[in-house]
Design a protein around this ligand. Structure first.
Ligand SMILES: [Mn+2]
Length: 362
């Protein structure tokens, strides 16, 4: 397991790289050019700038999250051709600076979705929360204003230029059902996976968060069965999954341990975090500790250890703790705690496997 940490870039993230460097076992950043709109080719000078910044702290830039897929590709419009060409050029450029994995998603209109960014937990910390009743009652535009309207920084997946024309986007998706979305995803994969292969970059789709349709928009990266179907669309080691325990785990039907086992050699990137799912299906993000949420993170990490996982992992989200002012879900403290929990489980399993001969000494 190779630990990495999401960083939003100089001037776009309050957390400095020198702090990330101090989290034990973190070897690289998970990054993106957040000011480049979806569908545009990434400029090489901006890519090199991030590499230079990371190099200074001995952090690598192996994992990119995300290169966003333009809506016209998901809609299957004729204009997708140019956006797919741009995507291929970006893959080639990223390969030149040593990138190994590109995370992306194929969710229509909205990326991740929550109803509250600062839900108070019993211990006084706050975290991202999803409430079914609120989603059922709210107008999508109202939610956009709530999520993307006020923060200090733009939120990934909620970029204003992407959401400005919400009405026409919804109209466009009226004619796109699940079957069409699968078709459009297949078309996209058949175009880009050969380029990924040539450039030795593993593409890793992020599951839908949460894993069910929202506002009548189709969502397909939702279950073990659908992930299996996805991997068969283009059966290549370069066509893989970002297995996100928290996204998939919001549906109690999803068994993350089973997914790690079944998709073992097709998971170049793991997001490991916990969620607490309530009786009525609402869920809140919690600390990583198994006892705090509905997912047994110990068993999930053990599943990765059992398959001899050598891919990248990140703690994904964290709560907002110790009065930290941070991006929702992306503070330093709780993600760092999460990493230490993951390492604690991993290192214990590793030592147990190696035997007890060290008698407590290195
Ligand atoms: Mn995730």
């Amino acid at each position: 397991m190779r630990m990495v940490f999401r960083w939003y870039g100089e001037g776009n993230d309050r957390i400095p790289l020198r702090h990330i460097k101090q989290i034990p076992g973190v070897e690289g950043i998970v990054w993106a050019l957040h000011d480049v709109p979806a569908g545009a080719e990434w400029p090489m000078e901006k890519i090199l700038q991030v590499k230079e910044q990371a190099d200074k702290y001995g952090l690598h830039i192996d994992v990119v999250e995300s290169v966003n897929v333009h809506e016209d590709i998901k809609l299957g419009l004729p204009t997708r051709k140019q956006y797919i060409e741009n995507y291929k050029r970006t893959i080639e450029k990223l390969a030149k600076v040593g990138v190994k994995v590109i995370c992306y998603n194929f969710m229509p209109v909205f990326d991740w979705l929550r109803t509250e960014l600062y839900k108070e937990l019993p211990d006084g910390s706050t975290a991202l929360f999803y409430e079914h009743a609120k989603i059922d009652a709210i107008d999508p535009m109202e939610l956009v204003n709530k999520i993307a309207g006020n923060p200090e920084f733009t939120m990934p997946g909620w970029e204003p230029e992407r959401l400005q024309d919400l009405t026409s986007l919804f109209a466009a998706y009226k004619h796109v059902g699940e079957a069409d979305l699968w078709e459009n995803l297949k078309y996209f994969l058949e175009e880009i996976i050969p380029v990924a292969e040539q450039n030795e970059i593993k593409m890793a789709i992020h599951p839908d968060d949460p894993p069910w349709p929202i506002f009548g928009l189709p969502r397909i990266m939702t279950s073990q069965e659908n992930l299996r179907k996805f991997l068969q669309l283009v059966d290549s080691p370069y066509n893989g999954i970002t297995l996100c325990s928290g996204a998939l785990g919001a549906n109690p039907q999803n068994d993350i341990v089973e997914m790690v086992k079944e998709f073992a050699d097709r998971i170049p990137f793991a997001h490991i975090r916990n969620v607490k799912v309530y009786e009525n299906g609402d869920f809140v993000e919690t600390s990583h500790r198994s006892q705090d949420g509905s997912l047994d993170i110990c068993r999930i990490v053990k599943a990765y250890h059992d398959i001899g996982y050598t891919g990248y992992a990140r703690p994904d989200h964290g709560r907002h703790i110790f009065d930290e002012e941070c991006r929702p879900g992306y503070g330093l403290y709780d993600r760092a705690l999460g990493i230490m929990y993951l390492w604690g489980i991993w290192d214990t399993l590793q030592r147990t496997k190696e035997g007890e001969s060290h008698a407590g000494h290195q």
